[in-house]
Write a protein that binds this ligand. Structure first.
Ligand code: HEC
Length: 264
C-alpha cells in the first residue's frame, strides 16, 4: 500500500514537472530531441537492413568523398551460414537437421537415396527400430494415407478422386527386387513427387520435400515396408501369444486393438 502511494505521488510529480517544464507533453510540437526519462535501451548502436556502414569501405560518397559500405554482408566465401539455416528450419516448424551433415548434405545415400555410382540405395541407410517405424507411421498418416489409403492399396478417400490413378504398393514392382523396389527409389518419390511430362500439371504426385525431413522420409519408407509385409502375411505368422490375443478380440466381435492401419 505504502509502495502504491509512493508511486502515485511520483507520477503526479512527474506530470506536473512535465507540464511546467514544457507547457505540455502530448500533442505539442517541439524541435528539441525527445526527453528520455529512462534512456536505458533507447539508443542501441546496430546496423539495420539496407543501410550504409562506415565500418566497411567499399564505395565513395560522390558528394562528401567519404568511404562507406553495405551493412548487409554476403557470407564469407567457402563458408556455410550455420545459424541462418537453423533459423529457417525452426521458424518454419520443419524437423531441420542443423548439424554439419544436415546442412552440407554430402551423404548422397542418406540425402538423395543414391549410391556413388548413381544407382538407388537398396536398403534404408538408417537404423530401423520400433521408434523409427512409429515416426514413419505418423507421417504416412498425415501425408500419404489420404491418397494411398491406410493399407497402401491406393484407395484413399482423396486417392480415388485424384486426377491420376494411384498404384497399389502391393504390386511386385514396388517390392524389394522389383523394378521400383529399392528403398532409395521410394525415398526419391517422396522427395520429388511423380513427374507428369507434357501434362496439364507438372506432377502427378506432389513432392513432400517441404513437409517431411529426409529422416522422416526414410521412416515413411520403413512404414511402407511394414504395410507390404502385413499384406503378405497371415495370422499364422504372428507369435503364439499375439495370435491368441487377436483371435480372442475377433471372436468377441470387436475390432482388433492391435495396429490395423485403419483407424483414420
Ligand atoms: C495427392 C495424392 C497423393 C499423395 C498425398 C501421395 N501420393 Fe504417392 N502417388 C500419387 C499418384 C497419383 C501416383 C501415381 C503416379 C503415376 O502415375 O505413376 C503416386 C505414386 C506413388 C509411388 C509409386 C511411384 C512410381 O514410380 O510408380 C510411390 C512409391 C508413392 N506414390 C509414395 C507416396 C508416399 C510415400 C506418400 C506420402 C509421403 C505419397 N505417395 C503421397 C498420389 C499421391
Amino acid at each position: 500500500m505504502a509502495r502504491t502511494n509512493t508511486m502515485k505521488a511520483a507520477l503526479t510529480l512527474f506530470a506536473v514537472a512535465c507540464v511546467a517544464a514544457s507547457g505540455g507533453c502530448r500533442g505539442e510540437r517541439s524541435n528539441k530531441p525527445p526527453r528520455q526519462i529512462l534512456p536505458d535501451m533507447d539508443d542501441q548502436p546496430k546496423y539495420k537492413a539496407q543501410t550504409a556502414s562506415h565500418f566497411f569501405k567499399e564505395f565513395e560518397d560522390a558528394e562528401s568523398g567519404e568511404m562507406y559500405g553495405r551493412s548487409m554482408r554476403q557470407p564469407v566465401a567457402g563458408t556455410v551460414p550455420f545459424g541462418h539455416y537453423a533459423e529457417i528450419g525452426a521458424s518454419d516448424g520443419f524437423d531441420f537437421d542443423a548439424t554439419r551433415e544436415g546442412i552440407t548434405k554430402e551423404d548422397a545415400r542418406f540425402y538423395e537415396g543414391k549410391n556413388a555410382d548413381g544407382s538407388w540405395v537398396k536398403y534404408i541407410p538408417a537404423t530401423v527400430d520400433a521408434e523409427f517405424i512409429a515416426l514413419g507411421r505418423e507421417n504416412f498418416g498425415i501425408y500419404c494415407l489420404p491418397c494411398h489409403g491406410a493399407l497402401g492399396d491406393g484407395a484413399g478417400t482423396v486417392g480415388i478422386r485424384w486426377s491420376y490413378a494411384l498404384p497399389s504398393w502391393h504390386q511386385d514392382q514396388y517390392r524389394h527386387g522389383g523394378e521400383k523396389g529399392d528403398d532409395g527409389y521410394i525415398f526419391s518419390v517422396i522427395r520429388h513427387g511423380v513427374p507428369n511430362p507434357g501434362g496439364a500439371y507438372p506432377l502427378k504426385m506432389p513432392t513432400y520435400a517441404a513437409k517431411v525431413s529426409e529422416r522422416e522420409s526414410w521412416a515413411i519408407v520403413a512404414y511402407l515396408r511394414v504395410l507390404q509385409a502385413a499384406h503378405e502375411s497371415n495370422i499364422n505368422d504372428l507369435p503364439d501369444r499375439d495370435r491368441a490375443d487377436l483371435l480372442r478380440q475377433l471372436n468377441q466381435g470387436g475390432t482388433p486393438a492391435a495396429n490395423t492401419g485403419n483407424e483414420s
